[in-house]
Design a protein around this ligand. Structure first.
Ligand code: SF4
Length: 244
């Protein structure tokens, strides 16, 4: 079995604890207009500026194991994307091998795949997105199905260390009604999960241009004062807000 990725590198404490080797797997089933890795979205398309590497699972395992001395401060390996679950079977095989070898493993996912929970036993950490708690809005803007994500959240909260990432985007999910839906959705998991609020940024904008794609986001920044208000609303609902 093979895994296809478009980027890899080390970072510290950004995609899980400690020093981590992070692979960005190719392809995504969502089409978020703010995506910071547009070069990895289209599974059927690669861009000359962003080549895709295809590697056998065993070879990737060997590469990760050779990096073991670098996994300090509780570090390990993280698979992000794109969307990792597009390569679920190969990833599951690799995660199982790594977990059995004592490697700290994490994934970052949009959490929509109906078989996502199959890989929870092989994970040290799950980072999952909740882009909105409004099913219609999620589907119309990203193509994602909220119910699948909520089903996975329920299982994850009982079985794996879970951090929910929420990008806060003006005009999409930063209104009072949006925040109310978020807090109502998440409070049943208070004391079981952590939540991180991520203010909208435009880190991927130049890459959209390099890929020949149109970046359609406008007026999406959330003022710092509004971020504070939103954070306070989550906290007053008892949600465990962290910053990584
Ligand atoms: S789910 Fe993530 S990788 Fe996929 S399009 Fe949305 S932001 Fe990009």
């Amino acid at each position: 079995m093979f895994i296809r990725y478009f980027q890899k590198g080390f970072n510290y404490s950004q995609d899980g604890p400690g020093n981590r080797l992070v692979y960005h797997l190719h392809g995504c089933n969502f089409h978020c207009p703010w995506c910071s890795n547009p070069e990895g979205m289209d599974v059927n398309h690669t861009y000359s500026a962003f080549p895709v590497t295809k590697v056998d699972v065993d070879a990737m395992y060997d590469e990760i194991m050779s990096c073991r001395p670098m996994f300090f401060d509780g570090g390990g390996v993280t698979f992000t994307g794109g969307e990792v679950t597009l390569q679920l079977d190969a990833l599951s095989e690799l995660l199982k091998m790594l977990k059995n070898s004592g490697i700290n493993t994490a994934i970052e996912t949009n959490a929509e795949h109906i078989r996502l929970a199959e890989i929870f036993p092989f994970l040290s950490h799950l980072i999952m997105d909740l882009k909105t708690a409004d099913a219609e809005k999620l589907y119309s803007v990203t193509g994602g199905k909220l119910q699948n994500i909520l089903d996975n959240l329920k299982i994850a909260s009982d079985s794996v260390d879970t951090l929910v990432h929420i990008p806060i985007i003006h005009g999409f999910n930063d209104g009072d009604e949006d925040i109310k839906k978020f807090t109502e959705t998440l409070t049943p998991y208070n004391n079981k999960i952590k939540v991180e609020l991520l203010a909208y940024h435009e880190y991927g904008k130049d890459k959209w241009k390099k890929c020949g794609l149109e970046y359609t986001m406008t007026d999406a920044f959330v003022p710092a004062a509004r971020m504070k208000e939103i954070t306070a609303q989550f906290k007053s609902a008892g949600i465990n807000i962290i910053r990584t």
